[in-house]
Design a protein around this ligand. Structure first.
Ligand code: AMP
Length: 477
């Protein structure tokens, strides 16, 4: 998973991009970078492993100053976690360093398209990263085939299969486009424009999520539509080059877990969706009697709003019985089981004296391997809870994601190894309930517009057809 940001046509666009990237840091913490068009018309870029505040420091921004800028935070799904695979990629056109690109999402016909470009056009790749492929494909159509840039992007958009929410600086213009299914989010805002319709290009901002817009004083305008290509050019309004959509297949996991609650994605307010999920879970729990000894608590922070929604619907007490240490990074992506276990212990701590005699409804967003939750249930029981009822804000994860969420191999997914009852036993929970896919009819305006492939294996593109290995994270290695 990753996040992108872009700002067009304002002084120190690079500083604004860095602010947005900081607000969407949750989308990727492995590496980050920025690419800016400088006043001489060239593109400079900088990327490094690490967090936005440590990488995009003042002197880096000063060296990459300009009025058109894009940036990226990365959390690797396909390709290794190293600097070559970090983004943005600066790509030299025939006449010099005039193109930069960053993207969120995984391309599933990556191997085929890259092989073709290497053979047909003699292109050499500097990374194994999807965004470089998108950039080189655009360059192939535009520079080698001499097609107008709009046509080059349109062809690229149609040839690629998978998820991409992409920002490109090309000479003095910026382009923003999304895959035809709109799998990953991409939103547009503006720093000054107050009206309706097409805003001026100058002052336009883009990001994977709008939660950073307020910080830079930008107003959210709308999402880039699935299959849309937008062009920004000095003195011109933002122009839609084309929109060629297919059936919408937005990633539902963005709303369940990935996006920040203060973002709006796919026409839904994230916190709202999570509260409705909580209410839906509560409605299934008529068999859990209320009472003073009942507390509803989240595994912080991703399930906070689900637990709030549950507690409100049930008329039960909401409590933060577990404290989270915010300086512990993601335990989910630690390489070994041992380090994941240790991470969980460092990350969560029960409130002293809180649990004895309590019945706890413990709410989490998802169970993947089951590692974290088993530790947490034990922790809560050891702290004195009388009963622990686990409620999960998503259906059972049974399949890998090929479109940009880092799901482990299928045989690591607990739902493929154990029934619900066995999972409850393994977690030492007194009961366990999940959201079911049809429940999302009560949560989303249109469930059919969403991809649930990691829950129902109904993949947009059948993985076997693209030679994707079903037991490999990201499917490509
Ligand atoms: P696990 O211990 O493997 O069951 O991890 C499940 C927890 O990790 C969930 O409660 C989520 O908060 C978090 N999580 C789920 N999917 C991801 C992901 N793709 N990347 C990072 N964290 C995740």
């Amino acid at each position: 998973m990753c996040g992108v940001a872009g700002v067009f046509g304002v002084q120190h666009a690079e500083a604004q991009v860095a602010e947005i990237l900081f607000a969407i840091q949750h989308r990727g913490q492995e590496s980050c970078g920025i690419a800016t068009r400088n006043p001489r018309g060239n593109i400079t870029s900088y990327k490094a492993m690490g967090l936005v505040k440590n990488v995009l420091v003042e002197e880096v921004l000063a060296r990459n100053a300009g009025d058109v800028s894009i940036g990226h935070v990365r959390y690797p799904t396909a390709g290794s976690s190293d600097i070559a695979n970090s983004q943005p990629h600066a790509i030299d056109l025939a006449e010099g360093p005039h193109m930069a690109i960053c993207s969120n999402g995984d391309i599933i016909n990556y191997g085929e398209m890259r092989g073709w470009l290497e053979r047909e056009a003699g292109f050499t790749f500097k990374s194994d990263n999807d965004a470089e492929l998108i950039g080189r494909l655009i360059a192939y159509h535009h520079v080698v085939q001499r097609e107008p840039i709009e046509d080059a992007i349109r062809k690229t958009q149609q040839e690629l299969k998978g998820a991409f929410a992409t920002l490109v600086i090309l000479r003095d213009r910026m382009f923003a486009f999304r895959d035809p299914h709109g799998i990953r989010p991409l939103v547009m805002g503006h720093l000054d424009f107050q009206g309706d319709g097409a805003p001026p290009s100058e002052g336009t901002v883009f990001a994977s999520e709008c939660c950073g817009f307020g910080i830079i004083g930008a107003r959210r305008l709308r999402e880039v539509a699935p299959g849309e290509i937008l062009c920004l050019s000095r003195g011109q309004p933002v122009t839609t080059v084309s929109v060629v959509p297919k059936r919408k297949r937005h990633c539902v996991f963005e709303l369940i877990y990935f996006s920040r609650p203060d973002s709006e994605a796919f026409g839904e307010r994230v916190y709202d969706v999570r509260e409705k999920i909580g209410a839906c879970l509560a409605a299934k729990d008529a068999d859990i009697p209320g009472g003073d000894d009942l507390v509803v608590m989240p595994v912080p922070d991703s399930s906070n709003f689900v637990a709030l929604g549950y507690a409100a619907a049930k008329g039960a007490r909401f409590s933060m019985g577990l404290l989270r240490n915010h300086y512990v990074g993601r335990t989910f992506i630690k390489p070994s089981q041992k380090s994941r276990d240790e991470g969980v212990r460092q990350k969560f701590n029960p409130l002293p004296g809180f649990f004895p005699g309590k019945r706890v409804v413990l709410v989490d967003d998802s169970i993947v391997r089951g590692t974290s939750l088993r530790k947490i249930v034990r922790m809560v029981k050891t702290a004195g809870a009388r009963e622990v009822h686990v409620r999960i804000g998503s259906p059972r994860v049974i399949g890998s994601c090929y479109y940009g969420i880092d799901t482990p191999t299928r045989n690591e997914l607990i739902a493929n190894r154990m029934s619900v009852a066995e999972t409850a036993d393994y977690l030492t929970a007194d009961s366990l309930r999940y959201m079911e896919i049809p429940d999302f009819d009560r949560v989303l305006a249109s469930r059919d517009d969403f991809c649930f492939a990691c829950f129902d294996l109904d993949y947009i593109y059948p993985p076997e057809q693209f030679g994707l290995k079903t037991n490999v994270p990201g499917g490509r290695e």
